[in-house]
Design a protein around this ligand. Structure first.
Ligand code: NAP
Length: 238
């Protein structure tokens, strides 16, 4: 099997995706920004299971850093890209600082451009590829205190649907996985018991429950799925 790039793979959902794709036989190129020890332990875990993993440290929002780290991928076109890295900087819109708006838009949505463009170039030459991007229930319904985050995630959905239309004929499939509340560092401070009352399945999801859907979208079984938004949210409606 070929190469699968996962951004934000050191922790949470990205880590679960990297492990799942490693188990599926891909050579995992695992990106992270700052959690070096977590990234090293991910690499060790994939290798201990007989897989291969290469660590790539860069900030997905930094256009030049991404270009320098990925370089020209034409000799090693990735088969799969998982755009997962993301941050929140929550606050009500009227008091939101410019830094909180722009850092979220750049890290979540700017990164889509930075990472997807060089990968897509190589995929289009190879005439095959799967791109899976993590959005959020906030990007579908909006969420109080998350105008920046919701806007970035809605943008990712629209960008993915556009890419799906542009490159379907080159056998490149692009889809979105849209999680609800998933138990990771990002949601560690949230009152799960309280919030779970509004979730039909009455609990937060696990990162591996998202990763299995990502693995499905990367697999041959999803060969006629593109431009789709797959909810992994326990039935949560926002
Ligand atoms: P998390 O636990 O906070 O982990 C975030 C990961 O992204 C870390 O590996 C982090 O790496 C990496 N990252 C952050 N900024 C980065 C940057 N600028 N460049 C490279 N890597 C960066 O988050 P998560 O809960 O797993 O969320 C993963 C994705 O799912 C995000 O896009 C998030 O918006 C989405 N999502 C999550 C939930 C949820 O409930 N958890 C719900 C809906 C959608 P370092 O630690 O090395 O910085």
């Amino acid at each position: 099997m070929g190469i699968a790039i996962v951004t934000g793979a050191s922790r949470g959902i990205g880590r679960a995706c990297a492990l799942e794709l490693g188990r599926a036989g891909y050579e995992v190129w695992a990106n992270y920004r700052s959690s070096s020890a977590d990234a090293e332990s991910l690499k060790a875990e994939i290798e201990a299971a007989g897989g291969a993993c290469r660590l790539l440290q860069f900030d997905v929002g930094d256009t030049e850093a991404v270009a320098a780290a990925l370089g020209d991928l034409s000799d090693s076109p990735p088969e799969v890209l998982v755009n997962n890295a993301g941050i929140t900087r929550d606050g009500l819109f009227l008091t939101m600082q410019p830094e909180d708006w722009f850092s979220v838009i750049q890290t979540n949505l700017g990164a889509f451009f930075n990472v997807t463009q060089p990968v897509l170039k190589a995929m289009s030459r190879a005439k095959r590829g799967r791109i899976v991007t993590l959005a959020s229930v906030s990007g579908q319904g909006g969420n109080k205190g998350q105008s920046n985050y919701a806007a970035s995630k809605a943008g990712l959905i629209a960008a993915t649907k556009s890419i799906a239309k542009e490159y379907g004929r080159w056998n490149i499939l692009a889809n979105v996985v849209s999680p609800g509340f998933i138990a990771t560092d990002m949601t560690a401070e949230l009152p799960e018991k309280e919030l779970a009352k509004a979730i039909p399945l009455r609990r937060f999801g696990g990162p591996e429950e998202v990763a299995k859907v990502v693995r499905f979208l990367a697999s041959e079984d999803a060969s006629y799925v593109t431009g789709a938004v797959i909810n992994v949210n326990g039935g949560l409606y926002m």
